[in-house]
Design a protein around this ligand. Structure first.
Ligand code: HEC
Length: 506
């Protein structure tokens, strides 16, 4: 067979397929569709780059699912197997992890660009709204993804999430049950999040991406906005059609090459992080009785963590439960609040200012979430010294209480006279604030961001600990007492003396 005959034969095959699948038509309406020349810009590559990241996540996710077992008993083991034994398993895990970070990051750039270029305005409202839903789904994927590790981080991240959900008025407990598949984090929780992470959320993303791209095709890509070019509902469609007629170029190949360059940069960036930093965790099997862990969500949720820890109690519920729906709602209806007018960011100072403000506060909160003084200081329990006046003159029981305070790593969160962690209150004068009963309750039950130590302390340790803390008060101030009990006539020193004798008898 000579060349000419071969080409003829291939042509025949192509025509046969085309007649049935209409590939030429499909191409002309998708990759071949004309875009404004000005839109073949570097600013317009972030949407396709986000989609690329999603594809990478789909691929690596499917491969990971071949080994991963979503059960509380086995998840951790299978991750360890993937990380340390399976050939290139670590590479898969790292790519999936970094792919998710890149996806969230690039998606945020894409949203910001679309916002600043006024692309959400008439007639691209649905494009924008489907984009907002895609953003939420992506964040959902990121959150459920960190649960898949089912290590300490995931466990505590879930705990914080459940605590937030539990604040819902009236239905708090039901929401928690629904979220965790029961009152506590257990195997059911993992199955639930696994289902969300591998079926529900990716499926929804695929469906919405289809809608999103369909809108991009029917309503066209936003022209590069020029200052002074005003969007009016009456004239915009005609103006856009004129732009396309006058200076429209087919997306393939004129627009796509920039997307391809961006795609290679993204892939290069992910590979760089994979090789430099490797996979994240797993950080050790979750263990609810281990309280010296530093619960830290993945970085894109650190700001929520910071809000939860920084806000005064009465603001917390509002900030965590009421503010997010309002913000999301506003984002969603943005095209209807601001549908026409100027598109260029050069003439929209409020838009630019909002973006700067939002990123500054997110950045600041993330920074605080990372380095905050109120996160535990993990070395304080073995490294922080105890000032002399907090040791001197203490009874043996009290001194043993001090040892418990060190050993149980209370100092990681609690300073004594400024030395130690600052997540909880300084304990230097705790004896003036809380009575013995209140101290016992706080230690056994925890609460207010302090873990419960009930199962981790023997009655004797608790007694010693409380005895020591009761002794923590300035010399000229008495310890706190329960005001519902009339003041005992016996002087305090006598009571203490009795206690010391009791210890001596041990
Ligand atoms: C993970 C950090 C963390 C650890 C570890 C921790 N605490 Fe706390 N603790 C806190 C926080 C936060 C509070 C404030 C609770 C609140 O606001 O209701 C607190 C409150 C207290 C209080 C009440 C103080 C006051 O002035 O109201 C006492 C007493 C206390 N902790 C004792 C202990 C003891 C004893 C240990 C070790 C067995 C310990 N804590 C371990 C975080 C911690």
């Amino acid at each position: 067979m000579n060349g000419k005959a071969l080409i003829q034969a291939l042509n025949g095959v192509y025509e046969w397929v085309d007649k049935r699948l209409h590939v030429t038509d499909l191409f002309n309406h998708t990759a071949g569709h004309p875009i404004p020349k000005s839109s073949a810009s570097w600013f317009y590559v972030f949407g396709s780059a986000t989609l690329l990241c999603f594809m990478i996540q789909l691929l690596t996710g499917c491969l990971l699912a071949l080994v991963y077992v979503p059960s509380a008993a086995e998840a951790y083991t299978t991750l360890e197997y993937l990380t340390f034994r399976q050939e290139l398993g670590w590479f898969l895990r790292a790519t999936h992890y970094w792919g998710s970070n890149f996806m969230v990051g690039i998606m945020l750039i894409h949203v910001t660009q679309v916002f600043l270029f006024g692309a959400y305005k008439y007639p691209r409202e649905i494009t924008w709204m489907s984009g907002v839903v895609l953003m939420l789904l992506t964040l959902g994927l990121a959150f459920t993804g960190q649960v898949m590790r089912f290590d300490e981080d995931a466990y505590w991240g879930l705990g914080i999430g459940a605590a937030i959900a539990g604040r819902s008025p009236m239905i708090g407990q039901q929401v928690v049950n629904f979220m965790l598949g029961g009152p506590i984090i257990a195997s059911e929780t993992l199955s639930r999040f696994f289902t969300l992470h591998v079926f529900v959320l990716p499926g929804s993303v695929l469906a919405l991406v289809a809608l999103h791209l369909r809108m991009v095709l029917t309503k066209g890509i936003n022209e590069y906005p020029k200052p002074g070019q005003i969007v009016r509902k009456e004239t915009y469609d005609k103006e856009y059609a004129t732009i396309i007629k006058k200076e429209g170029i087919p997306f393939f190949p004129h627009g796509i090459w920039k997307d391809l360059v961006a795609a290679s940069i993204v892939i290069g960036g992910i590979l760089f992080c994979v090789l430099m930093f490797g996979p994240k965790g797993p950080l050790g099997e979750p263990n609810p009785t281990q309280i010296d862990t530093v619960p830290r969500p993945d970085f894109f949720f650190l700001w929520i963590f910071a809000i939860a820890a920084l806000m005064p109690d009465y603001m917390e519920t509002f900030m965590l439960l009421v503010a997010p729906p309002i913000i999301i709602g506003l984002l969603f209806i943005l095209p209807f609040i601001n549908n026409t007018g100027e598109k260029s960011w050069r003439r929209r100072p409020i838009a630019v200012l909002s973006v700067i403000l939002i990123y500054l506060s997110l950045g600041l909160l993330t920074y605080l979430g990372q380095t905050s003084p109120w996160s535990p200081d993990m070395k304080a329990w073995s490294g922080a010294e105890t000032p002399r006046e907090f040791v001197e003159g203490r009874s043996p029981l009290e001194l043993q209480g001090l040892a418990v305070l060190q050993n149980k790593q209370c100092r990681n969160c609690h300073a004594i006279d400024g030395i130690g962690g600052h997540r909880g209150p300084d304990l230097a004068d705790v004896g003036t604030r809380l009575t013995k009963d209140q101290l016992v309750r706080q230690i056994i039950q925890g609460g207010g961001n302090m873990p419960a130590y009930g199962k981790n302390l023997s009655p004797y340790e608790t007694e010693a600990l409380v005895a020591y803390m009761v002794s923590l008060h300035p010399k000229d101030e008495l310890p706190a007492r329960d005001s519902t009990i009339p003041a005992t006539p016996a002087p305090l020193s006598v009571q203490e003396g009795e206690q010391h004798e009791a210890v001596g008898a041990h």
